[in-house]
Design a protein around this ligand. Structure first.
Ligand code: MF3
Ligand code: CO
Ligand code: CO
Length: 253
């Protein structure tokens, strides 16, 4: 597919994306101190939904293609799309990705972070740190006139050098007044390949990095994606905009 399938957003649209992105980041800031041993992932979901309504926004995941909750909570071996559950109680040593997407004035902000619960193992802490650095390196690889493949190459190079692997089955995505659209942003790949990066493009970068092999499988609930080897997985996500002035992270407070 050519670049004609990628919608370039106007300044006015990017301004709306900025508001959605900021509120989404504020929601993660609100949830961060609540992620503690003893709380259930459903409680975090309900607190997120309450906060979102209080701020006049809408939770995009709720009922999206049948997803039953407002946020995704992905614990330990869960790669992404974990469903909040009252029986899932966080315990010391867990890692949990909380992924929020808010709709503000019809536009979407999509961001996630992986939190440490109490004191995880050195390997778990390294995985989380490396994954956050993968997101940073992916963003740094974005340049006007560059290619989408530059992003995945930067992420894959670093993740694998650190002894980890990059999930293939889930990718970043274009985002606007549509949750998931063109282009796809793989977190692995080859520099110089893929579509050209142009001003007006808005997309997520959301590397999922595994402790063991990159293979994934989806559980029988149709959503929860886990590592095939049941080793740990971590993820961080930002929504970014390419503007004439440079690369902007929209999902910041
Ligand atoms: N927020 C996820 C993403 O980064 C998508 C979640 S879709 C859901 O693209 F249905 F699982 F909520
Ligand atoms: Co996303
Ligand atoms: Co997300």
């Amino acid at each position: 597919m050519g670049n004609e399938t990628i919608t370039l957003l106007s300044k006015r649209e990017i301004d709306k994306m900025r508001r959605a992105g900021s509120l989404s980041a504020q929601l993660l800031d609100h949830l961060a101190p609540l992620v503690k041993p003893g709380v259930s992932t459903l409680w975090l979901n309900d607190e997120a939904e309450r906060w979102t309504q209080e701020h006049g926004a809408v939770s995009a995941p709720l009922n999206y293609k049948g997803f039953p909750k407002s946020i995704c909570t992905s614990v330990n071996e869960v790669i992404c799309h974990g469903i909040p559950n009252s029986k899932e109680i966080l315990k010391d040593g867990d890692i949990i990705n909380v992924d929020v997407t808010l709709i503000v004035d019809s536009y979407y902000g999509d961001t996630s972070r992986t939190f440490l619960v109490g004191e995880p193992s050195p390997t778990a802490k390294k995985l989380v740190k490396v994954t956050e650095e993968c997101l940073r390196l992916g963003i740094e690889a974005v340049s006007i006139g560059g290619r989408i493949g530059d992003i995945g190459a930067a992420i894959q190079e670093y993740a694998e050098a650190q002894g980890f692997s990059v999930v293939r089955d889930f990718v970043g995505h274009g985002i606007s007044n549509i949750f998931h659209t063109e282009p796809q942003i793989p977190h692995y790949g080859v520099r110089g390949r893929g579509k050209k990066i142009r001003p007006g493009m808005v997309f997520t970068i959301e590397p999922m990095i595994n402790e063991g092999s990159w293979q994934a499988e989806v559980l029988s609930d149709g959503w929860t994606a886990v590592t095939k080897d049941r080793k740990l997985s971590a993820q961080f996500e930002h929504t970014i905009a390419v503007t004439e002035d440079g690369i902007e992270i929209l999902t910041k407070v």
